[in-house]
Structures are given as C-alpha cells and as structure tokens.
Design a protein around this ligand. Structure first.
Ligand code: FNR
Length: 185
C-alpha cells in the first residue's frame, strides 16, 4: 500500500474551527495511507507583489512544505460565499514569484464544512477556479459539502455517526485513487 504525504491547508484560523475538526477526522480515517502536514498560514504576510524579490521566510517555508508533499488537501470554510481571504493570500504567495509556483502539477482535493445546508459549496466552487489557475490537478469528484451538526466531529477527529464516517472514508479513498492516477508514468 502506498503512503502519501499530504500538505493540508485549513482555511480557518479559528481555535474551535469545525474545518480543522474535519481535517483531523480525515487524517484519522486515512490511517497508514497518509501523513498530514498541516500548513501554517496565519503568519504569512498578506501577499504583496513588491515582496516577490525579497520573499517572506514564512512563504518560503510553506512552499518547501508543498514541494515535499505528494498532494494538497484544502479543508475550508465559506466566508461570504467564497473562500477566506487568508487562504487566498496564502495560495497567491505559494504561486509566486512568477516561474516558481509551488503548486504546479500537484494532485489536490477540496472539502469543507459549515452549519449552513449548502456546506461550503460556493466556496469550493471558487476555490476550484483558483486551483486550476495555479496548476493544481483538482480531483473532480466526489464533491463533499459537509453540513456540520453539533457533536458530529470531536476536536480529536472522532466521528460520531457511521454514515458520516463512511462518507468521509469514501472521499479519502477517492483522493488516494486520484493521487495514484496523477503520478508520473
Ligand atoms: C461565515 N459563515 C458562512 N457560512 C456559510 O455557510 N456561508 C457563508 O457564506 C458564510 N459566510 C461567513 C462569513 C464570515 C466572515 C464568517 C466569519 C462566517 C459561517 C461559517 O460557516 C462559520 O463561522 C464556520 O464555523 C466557519 O468555519 P470554522 O472557522 O469553524 O472552520
């Protein structure tokens, strides 16, 4: 069985983030098949093209982590029907300077959760646009719009219901298949 190193971007900085819980649940379900490298984005300066020639160290750190990963996973909330600005800024940073885009060609997937019934669908659609723009190979399906319910996932990533567990396991299995198909032949 293959083991994949996955660079994980959680789009929320909130301590009690339900998206971070979701990421932990996916990490648990991945078991031995993957190690999750959680990418720190809270200290990366807001993207500024003036800094392309004197790149911020936090941006370089992130780019090295992405370069060392087999794949990228975004677990993101929806803010005002799009992705949080902090996540977009981090992605912009990772894609620069021109010609040194850390994301180019990496297999990637997106998932997210919110209390609303649309379960971050709009944010994910916006993120897919950005993923294509930076050359990530975005897994087309399954889509995973997770409506969060109180008690659904604990802080340590334990999932209460068998149905939710199966759904999330299916998502990870599809992601592993996708990573395999994207490996250079
Ligand atoms: C939200 N929230 C939200 N939810 C949603 O389903 N669609 C949306 O467009 C928005 N917009 C939005 C904007 C801003 C600025 C905030 C702070 C929140 C609610 C959001 O889903 C909720 O706060 C989640 O708990 C955020 O995810 P984390 O931080 O818990 O992972």
């Amino acid at each position: 069985m293959s083991h994949y190193k996955i660079a994980v971007f959680v789009g929320s900085l909130r301590k009690e983030s339900i998206n971070r819980r979701l990421a932990h649940a996916l990490e648990k379900l991945a078991g031995d098949q993957a190690s999750f490298d959680y990418i720190r984005i809270d200290d990366i300066p807001l993207y500024n093209q003036d800094h392309d020639s004197q790149f911020p160290a936090q941006g370089t750190r992130m780019k090295h982590q992405v370069a060392a990963a087999d794949a990228v996973l975004f677990v993101t909330p929806e803010y005002n029907r799009s992705i949080p600005g902090v996540l977009k800024s981090a992605i912009d940073t990772g894609s620069r300077p021109h010609g040194d885009n850390a994301f180019q060609g990496k297999p990637a997937a997106v998932i997210g959760t919110s209390f609303g019934s649309a379960g971050t669908a709009m944010a994910q659609q916006h993120l897919r646009n950005v993923m294509v723009a930076v050359g990530l190979a975005a897994m087309p399906r399954p889509e995973a719009f997770v409506q969060f319910k109180e008690g659904m996932i604990e802080a340590d990533g334990s999932v209460a219901s068998e149905g939710t567990q199966k759904f999330l396991q299916g998502f990870m299995d599809a992601f592993f298949d996708w990573i395999r198909t994207q490996q250079p032949k």
